[in-house]
Design a protein around this ligand. Sequence first.
Ligand code: GLU
Length: 307
Amino acid sequence: MDHIQQTINEIFHKHLSNREGSPATYIPELAKARPEHFSIVVTTVNGEVFSVGDSEIYFSMQSTSKPFTYGMVLQDLGRVFVMSKVGVEPTGEAFNSIVELEKNTHRPYNPMINSGAIAISSFIRGQSFEDRLTNMKDFFSLFLGRSIGVDENIFESEKNTAHRNRSIAHLLKHFGIIEGKIEDALDLYFKQCSFSLNSLDMSLMAATLANSGINPKTKIRSINKEYVGDILSLMFTCGMYDTSGKWAYSVGIPAKSGVSGAIFGVIPGVMGIAVYSPSINEHGHSVRGVKVFQDLSKELNLSIFRK
Ligand code: GLU
């Protein structure tokens, strides 16, 4: 296991001086992130933690939240309903594409792109908006092993500038995909994107998925085992948006990125990995994050295709 610590140290130092990309600016609050921040954390299914860099710096989950909300709604409402509303096909389109509804059904192609994720948020159960938010927070908190909080500055910043996501939501409502109020669905989506954590937390969430849904630290089941495979297969085919094919080829593990600069990956039965570095590329992925995962995959022989 010293090998893991040594490997992440080496990869961290190899990419430390990389200054390519820049923090996202289309959500103004994200532009305040500090490009020098960088961390790599591995948590095994036994709960061992290996970390290097700024692993206690907080950031917002952004799209790394999508796999979890998808799992929550699948568990609450079942596959038949969810599948009738959101598909499981990759698009080859960017995360915020507004032309990503299937021709006949008008379903979003998958839950990892914004249209699918906004639809998924609209299905979260509860009597009121507050109830639904509490249910979502409680679900995420199981993976975190403590209460998750919302970064309200990020939330407000995204809500006030989300013209594109708002237009996607209107389209979804028009086609009868979204249930309930458009603004509630969007606010729940913005709240999940604004969940605030650090890379130690994120690697534990990833390790919980690697451990078939049982949190390796608290030993509490966070999600039924039967839905973990649904989440991971969608992360694998769609989690890295229009670079998912390249990711499968060069990294070969299920992963999800967020525009805050986080990427997490899951090696089922083995470990969860989180990398944070806020400078992103044109696809919305952390520049250092992609390079770290490529190196880690080689050094630790992680690709499921290259055993
Ligand atoms: N909140 C972001 C958006 O909806 C998430 C995008 C991402 O992280 O890829 O634009």
